[in-house]
Ligand binder design. Sequence first.
Ligand SMILES: O=C(O)CCC(=O)C(=O)O
Ligand SMILES: [Fe+2]
Length: 314
Amino acid sequence: MAIPVVNLADFLSGDPQLKQQFVEQLGKAYEETGFVAVKNHGIPDDLISDIYRQVQQFFSLPTEKKKQYEIPELAGQRGYTSFGREHAKGSDAPDLKEFYQHGQTVEDGDASKDEYPDNVQIDEVPGFTDTFNKAYRAFEKSGKSLLQAIALYLGLDEHYFDEPIHNGNSILRAIHYPPITQEPKSAIRAEQHEDINLITLLVGASADGLQILTKQGDWVGVTSLPEQIVVNVGDMLQRLTNNRLRSTTHRVVNPPREFWHTSRFSIPFFLHPKSQMSLACLESCIDPGHPKAYPDATAGEYLDERLREIGLKK
Ligand SMILES: O=C(O)CCC(=O)C(=O)O
Ligand SMILES: [Fe+2]
């Protein structure tokens, strides 16, 4: 299925009409489908190719080496998580993936520094940490613009999200789905789920296999062009907007048999606010037809609850 395509350059053009048109397109798509493809997203091409190359180098290290970068006390939030450890909420079967996670580096003395564990340094891949730091900032920047458009769509101040996401608890995750070597027990590489965070920015041409669940209950493949990134609404934004914007269920399915021997890589950026941000439903999204659907919670409280549900936190 071709998801709606929006052009971030319209939002940043300085032309009020183009900007407003972008806001409407993005908001409508997030009410309907919860997913868009974004072109002119601002993540430099050479950064995308660097990160993919280094991620492939990392995952091709011997398992024993990678496991040295696994820190169970950090609940997978930094460093490496080995194959078969994470499962989707409500599912017993683990996903067929291994991944690496990179978090925020606070550079301005903000108190949130104490909340975040350090990133794990990967010694075997030259430039790895530097590339992840650069990509992290690039995703934050694109995500900030997209959230400004969302704020305008919701009738909020354009800069509503700016402060809560500054030094936010976002995660840059590199995922490897290894080749399938025998008849798999299930057709699923990553079981159906909704993302926890505000929005997710997903980069990469390797995106075949991603499917979303439509309102009609059908699974449809998401396709986007190599120069586009896929950006979807997560549960925190759905909760804040009292279900007005949709955190759409999605999954990753196995490729056809002739592609079993291939790996799949993907690099989602889960954009989180600081833990103190209130996710209490916005007044403007509550009315008699849409009574308040969630109790008040902060982003930090909600994240803890969700990490327990997916088996990463005890
Ligand atoms: O691998 C993908 O394309 C998507 C992964 C995903 O949905 C996730 O990690 O939340
Ligand atoms: Fe996801």
